[in-house]
Design a binder for this molecule. Sequence first.
Ligand code: DSN
Length: 422
Amino acid sequence: MSTYMDAQLFQTDPQIAKLMEGEYERQTTCLMMIPSENYASRAVLQTMGSILTNKYAEGYPGERYYNGCAFYDMLENLAIERARKLFKAEHVNVQLHTGTSANYAAYYAFLELGDKVMGMSTAHGGHLTHGKDLNFSGRFYEFHSYGVSKKDERLDYDEIRSIAKKVKPKLIVCGASAYPRTVDFEKFREIADEVGAFLMADIAHIVGLIAAGLHPDPIKVADVVTTTTHKTLRGPRGAIIFCKRQYAEKIDKAVFPGTQAGPLMHQIAAKAVCFKEAQSFGFKEYQNQVVKNAAVLADGLKDQGLRLVTGGTDNHLVLADVTPLKLNGKDAADLLEEAGIVVNCNLIPFDKRSAMSPSGIRPGTPALTTRGMKEEEMTQIAKWIGEVLKKPKKESVRIAVRQQVREMCEQFPIYHDLLNWR
Ligand code: DSN
């Protein structure tokens, strides 16, 4: 079997091949610092770009609605067993297409339309599916948001408890997309128990840290846990759901036929590969380095005059307020991209600016750490970020940093033997 980037595509569709070549160049010569992104392994890429995409397999192993699924049954069972072992979970469903599909299916299993739910406000770091009015979650259910405290920008569990007592939700969702601190899942469990609510944890961002034992684990604490597989876990794009055994049937039915039909079996096989990689030598060291790198990056950005939300980080990302440098997050992210440093702009808690032009940026370390970068590189990158943001009118600074970024990337090659079509 060939690698996924071979000469055939160039012959069949040179337009797409050229675009892919451009993206390959971008991924290999830029610093990818969006904390939800990573570089999947060659084995994962190869599995995704394989003949496993060719077949339908609606249903579950041993109970398919299509014939010819013997190999698919075996590979889905392998994915399930590996995920259960890695996370010591009672039940796992590996068919979810995305994090949003996973949250949709979890709500479908535990809620009726219009039920009351609590989730973290997107303005404070929650995900769209945690009740945003523009998302299905905010339209189908009566979401009540909680956020972080104004004092220290951390989750305020007393405040969450008092909202829960007032609202009496059927389900509380914990977990976030832009929260740099440890989440106390036990505390959320206590609150959920006090008000008789189910507890759902969305661990998409921190799942790799959890698998490596670097962040408290909600799998035995929450009733249901959702995660993507492509962020810190470094697998294919996709998602999975864990739940207690007593909810297994409810969750499986909510996934199929409740909210999805044909599973993406090439993605499920690639998830199995990723779970194997996560149990292999080097995975814990990788996650440990992701966290160390984020801490050094945070210190470096502080030294450059950025204000860090919560003052630092416990995980893989930093949420930094760029307004002390008289910039907004969107302009900052655009300037950095010109210099080859790719981050996303982000709202910060109590932001006075809009989501399209917020006050913050959200750099993270998972992808850089996959390239083998360590503390020394993080210190240098923080300096470059400072140089670019402090001189927004100087294109020459961005050009000079771009060149140095290229040179650093050359020292930490990634996918250097994948481009195989010339
Ligand atoms: N869009 C993802 C992120 O960047 O955090 C969450 O789904």
